[in-house]
Design a protein around this ligand. Sequence first.
Ligand SMILES: *Cc1c(COP(=O)(O)O)cnc(C)c1O
Length: 463
Amino acid sequence: MSRSAHPAGPRHADVLPEGHYSAPPSDLNTLDSKVWAQTVRRDADGVVTVGGIDVKAIAEEFGTPAYVLDEADFRARARAWRTAFGHDADVFYAGKAFLSRAVVRWLDEEGLNLDVCSGGELATALSAGMPADRIAFHGNNKSTEEIRRAVTAGVGRIVLDSFQEIVRVAHIAQELGKRQRVQIRITVGVEAHTHEFIATAHEDQKFGIPLAGGQAAEAVRRALQLDGLELIGIHSHIGSQIFDMSGFEVAAHRVVGLLKDIRDEHGVELPEIDLGGGLGIAYTSDDDPREPHEIAKALTEIVSRECDAAKLRTPRISVEPGRAIVGPTAFTLYEVGTIKPLDGLRTYVSVDGGMSDNIRTALYDAEYSVALVSRASDAEPMLARVVGKHCESGDIVVKDAFLPADLAPGDLLAVPATGAYCRSMASNYNHVLRPPVVAVRDGEARVIVRRETEEDLLRLDVG
Ligand SMILES: *Cc1c(COP(=O)(O)O)cnc(C)c1O
């Protein structure tokens, strides 16, 4: 393959336009282990490998774009969460981050439980053999049909999200001759330090029942009266991509306050609290996520301290990490297409996917890293923007990144930390086919979710 340099792109720090980047890194070939899956390496010949397989072989066998998922890393992270919280707590993996039958089996084997929030996610979980009593069912607008299926399957808990749902679930459970274990999701008025669209515990939003104004206490009053329900606890989820534990601190304080009020009013000590998910991961070298054991220690201490102060038995804690388990375990592999240097601005590098396989940059202004992975390069850094192939100028995958100036069509790029909320939010915009998820482990690669075909698209189009 012939490689041509692109002399017109801006390269030097003194001519760089404004953007999200810091200075160009000293060596573009180095892969920061913080943002890449555990088994990712750059070989002596410059090609990147994962799970012992080189990315050129993966691209050749499975095509691009593809999500490449490091199974050993997924299992290690799931296990780290499980171990960190021990036997007095439960870890529910948030399936909405990425769910497939292989993932369900890994979770089952590693001893994790599973959160689902739609009939489709429930069907996936059950079809892969996740025991129903280890499934929690979430959502702000569960349909009657979804509730019926969840209760019939015997899910371990349904997280109630509104006054109407309290009555609806109780009614359906009674109809089916069951008593459904439930938690009530409350909003504690904490806004996690994150992007507005992904912060969820402040009160002006669609999820949960506000603690403020006594609404949560009223929800508890009603749930306790209904025969179809067994109220086991209170649920709070304060946001996403959170690095700072202070939000959880305030949330735990308020949830425990409610437990105390419930004890005082009803003489009942609810046995569980769920503090949700939302723990951050490293998308770029600037992010510094905490380890599961630090998070477990902090959360457990906060809850027992608050309970001691309120003279309550410490309830069983559960947490619901999604991104923190699957996010770092996958990267998206793309092939470089057209390269367009814009004088004094940056070089636009087009790849063979885009907003249909990663909507997070367009939706949340998310930041990502990117690297040339099919070879090493000693060329100088060029300021680049990695864009997709869609008919939309907001179709940006990586807003600002440095790539080697000798980048050429046919090179392979990889965007790390795309395991969460990329395949699960993928679309068919422009009738682009959704990429496969390829799991690698110990020198073997297998497709766990296959690439869509034009036949798949046309099958839905019934004319
Ligand atoms: C989205 C969500 C999670 C998972 O969030 P992450 O940021 O992926 O950890 C957990 N619990 C609830 C209720 C959620 O809505």
